[in-house]
Design a protein around this ligand. Structure first.
Ligand SMILES: *Cc1c(COP(=O)(O)O)cnc(C)c1O
Length: 386
């Protein structure tokens, strides 16, 4: 009976061209990868500073395993809270100019854990979301059961209207990404934080794709806009530019103490491995000093975007290392992705429900490890597509 049900559901997805399958990579999933014995240039990882497989990080991990072992062994609240967790959290809090920070086993879990804890069963609270916010933020909202308002993507007039509509709620948790994961555009953080102030809303910003990439020391977009101190809750992930694993939240000491007590995603899960903490700590150190790599990455991204636009491709409103090429239908997107695959370029198609219908795309994700020749190869191959 279950199998019949599953077969029906899977067939529906397959007929719509939306069935997802896994590809097998037989190498470090960094810039140069091997898939089924063939070599590809990878333009799809979030390894923005090319730190995946970094020797210093690997060494730090090996040393940590020597000292602590690999396992977390229990919840942080039982016996899983090691000195290396606290060391990492202290480092992240300083990095983001906040009083305190808390690390969870993934960025996904961090967002779900914050929102569901803060907003649980609060009758006089509501959540205000950018329409294109990441799935992890939406799942946190769903789990919280809170009243929800949605504003148009990055549209501050729409946000202001929404804040006015939501005026009667005592706590208004207003959430945006900094650099949007599927479009690569910026939230207007200056206006966003000003509006939150004006209407007495709590601001939460997810810097998953901007941490490590933007700002002199890679602190993120809030730093570039000079608004770090106006953001109440800052989220980041250790799994993208950090090339480690896990998520983190930074804010006031009260916020962190509250989450330690109330966030089920933190309480009812085993502590993140000390080896992962060691990787993130080493990354943090390297990443702060990677200004040259950041500048190179963003320069390359700008060059690639201009070139793609010249070739007539729609790259949406990207301002970052994430460059979507909007290809429309699922079929067209698959066709282009496969064509590039034949040319030795690895960029899987991004399809609904990850992006809206008819907004399928290939999402080019650049890293500091891509050379000028890699970019040329990509643009040459793309220009052959009709
Ligand atoms: C990737 C991502 C996350 C989740 O982070 P993980 O550490 O991969 O679980 C959260 N928010 C945004 C905007 C993301 O793109």
């Amino acid at each position: 009976m279950l199998d019949d049900f599953l077969l029906k559901k899977l067939s529906e997805m397959e007929n719509a061209g939306l069935l997802r399958t896994l590809n097998t990579i037989q190498s470090n999933p960094a810039v140069r990868i091997e898939v089924n014995g063939r070599k590809f240039i990878n333009f799809s990882s979030n390894n923005y500073l090319d730190l995946a497989g970094n020797k210093e990080i690997n060494k730090a991990v090996a040393d940590a395993i020597e000292k602590y072992g690999f396992a977390g062994t229990s919840s942080r609240l039982v016996c899983g809270n090691l000195s290396i967790h606290e060391e990492l959290e202290a480092g992240l809090a300083v990095f983001k100019n906040k009083q305190a920070s808390l690390v969870l086993p993934s960025g996904y879990q961090t967002n779900v854990g914050i929102i569901s804890a803060l907003m649980a069963n609060e009758k006089n609270s509501c959540i205000i979301m950018d329409k294109l916010n990441h799935a992890s933020l939406w799942d946190g909202v769903k789990l919280s059961g809170s009243r929800i308002f949605v504003y148009e993507h990055c549209d501050m007039n729409s946000l202001e209207k929404t804040l006015k509509r939501a005026h009667k709620y005592e706590i208004k948790l207003t959430i945006t990404e900094a650099v949007f994961s599927m479009d690569g555009d910026f939230a207007p953080l200056k206006d966003f934080t000003e509006l939150c102030r004006k209407y007495g809303a709590v601001s939460m910003v997810d810097e998953a794709h901007s941490t490590g990439v933007f700002g002199k020391e890679g602190k993120g977009l809030a730093e570039v806009f000079g608004v770090s101190n106006k953001i109440d809750i800052t989220v980041g992930t250790l799994s993208k530019a950090f090339a480690a694993q896990g998520g983190f939240v930074c804010g006031s000491l009260k916020l962190i103490n509250f989450l330690i007590n109330k966030s089920r995603a933190f309480i009812y899960t085993t502590a993140i491995s000390p080896a992962v903490c060691a990787a993130a700590l080493k990354s943090l150190e390297i990443l702060k000093g990677s200004a040259t790599e950041r500048a190179f990455l963003l320069k390359t991204a700008e060059y690639l975007k201009k070139k793609l636009n010249k070739l007539g491709f729609n790259t949406s409103n990207t301002q970052s290392q994430i460059i979507p090429v909007i290809t429309g239908s699922v079929e067209n997107t698959e066709r282009i992705s496969l064509y590039l695959r034949e040319k030795g370029i690895y960029i899987p198609a991004i399809k609904p429900p990850t992006v809206p219908k008819e907004q399928s795309r290939i999402r080019i994700s650049l890293t500091a490890g891509h050379t000028t020749r890699d970019i040329e190869k990509l643009t040459d191959s793309i220009s052959e597509i009709v």
